[in-house]
Design a protein around this ligand. Structure first.
Ligand code: SAH
Length: 399
């Protein structure tokens, strides 16, 4: 039992009873005992009934994140050990296929604010809330004891730390310094991951299932295909397309460093003869130029960064999604494939489908959805926490 208490305003306990883990600052009546950031607080409704035990974030709009709804459950090292073991159990079946996977998906694994990605013998962690940060040394110790772990590296440089008044931090927390690039195995492919400088924790693990789906669609429907991989990052989709028999993949990204990494990505996959075509630039401009030149591709992949980070960006984001999908539809040949994604949590599946619908309609085309795309099982979505879903996509055949 913590000495600190957080009382909710009247009528604000419903979502907590429904096991949603966030307590918004607007729902808080008062806290007693002056808890420090990250401290565990006991949560009560306005009538003084105990509801949950949570980690306190005084500087954030999310004032507390719930650790447990069980009055008998202490928040201590043993509690975290159990959750990490459960998370690890869930991923066990993946290990045969890959040694790169998300080990802990924050709220969805019962660990608000904690992200852990595994790349071979190295773990990359992000502590994204005050409470997660406060338990950093315990969590690091527990993670370092997992089988085969040689090093734990922190990449808490995500923007969300600012909202918690936490400084950005990146560096080694435990064990050996990771090599400059780690090679992970995924099915028959290999991917190079730069955990220090790469995006997020180094690699887009969340696209794993979609790489496989792209591979299967291309090898089934597209012969000697000409592929445009927009927002390519280090070319993981390009590897999948080439191994499915594509003859040319043009990779477009604004990051020169990401494009430069593609060469080695191809070589670790034995694609030494594959044409290496890269174009650095703003995807919107590149796509517009291709449309003006009336270029046509058999397959177009669109995997943009998050356009909407808050509700106020939503309208602008929807316009931007529509814009690139309209352009992409125009340059996909009839009978060709368009794989289009959104990783904005605020853009739901329905809205995304409507955006793609209106983009294809305006482009004077129709399309068939062949697959609905999402995030893989190591990025689970807790039913009580719909915010856990962020990645969605459509694999369409353009008509
Ligand atoms: N498809 C990639 C992940 C893409 S993440 C994969 O499977 O690994 C989004 C990418 O978009 C990043 O690599 C980022 O550098 C790039 N990017 C962001 N804004 C861009 C823009 N306006 N034009 C082109 N690329 C952009």
């Amino acid at each position: 039992m913590s000495e600190f208490r957080l009382f909710l305003k009247p009528g604000r306990e419903k979502s907590i009873r429904q096991k949603h883990p966030w307590i918004f600052s607007g729902a808080v009546d008062k806290t007693t005992g002056d808890p420090d950031p990250g401290e565990t607080v006991e949560v009560y409704d306005s009538r003084g009934k105990w509801l949950a035990r949570a980690g306190y974030s005084p500087h954030s709009q999310i004032a507390a994140r719930i650790w447990t709804w069980d009055p008998g459950q202490a928040v201590d090292a043993d509690f975290f050990r159990q959750l990490i073991l459960q998370a690890s159990e869930l991923r066990k079946p993946l290990k045969e296929y890959t040694d790169g996977y998300r080990l802990v998906h924050a709220e969805n694994d019962g660990l608000p604010g904690v992200i852990v990605d595994r790349y071979g013998a190295f773990l990359v962690v992000q502590f994204l809330s005050a409470a997660a940060d406060r338990w950093k040394s315990t969590l690091t110790m527990l993670l370092s004891r997992l089988e085969g772990v040689e090093g734990v590296y922190e990449r808490s440089d995500a923007d969300v730390r600012e909202k918690e008044h936490l400084p950005a931090f990146a560096g080694l927390l435990h064990g050996d310094e990771p090599p400059e690039r780690i090679t992970i195995r995924e099915g028959g492919w290999h991917f190079l991951v730069d955990i220090r400088e790469g995006h997020k924790t180094g690699f887009y693990l969340d696209q794993r299932d979609n790489r496989r789906i792209l591979h299967d669609l291309v090898s089934t429907f597209i012969h000697n295909g000409n592929v445009l991989n927009v927002f390519s990052y280090t070319g993981a989709f390009a590897v999948a397309a080439y191994s499915a028999g594509a003859i040319h993949v043009l990779n477009v990204d604004s990051s020169q460093a990401a494009l430069e990494a593609i060469r080695d990505q191809f070589s670790v996959n034995g694609l030494t003869d594959a044409p290496q075509a890269f174009q650095a630039g703003n995807a919107f401009e590149v796509l517009r130029a291709f449309r003006d030149q009336k270029r046509q591709f058999d397959v177009v992949i669109l995997d943009p960064p998050k356009f909407a980070s808050s509700q106020k960006d939503l309208y602008k984001a929807a316009r931007a999604y529509k814009d690139i999908n309209w352009l992409a539809t125009r340059i996909t040949r009839p009978g060709g494939l368009l794989l289009t994604f959104s990783c904005s949590g605020l853009v739901g599946e329905d809205l995304f489908q409507k955006i793609v619908f209106s983009a294809t309609l305006d482009a004077g085309r129709d399309a068939q959805i062949l697959n609905r795309l999402g995030q893989p099982m190591d990025h689970p979505i807790r039913l009580t926490f719909p915010e856990g879903q962020y990645l969605k996509g459509l694999a369409c055949r353009i008509l």
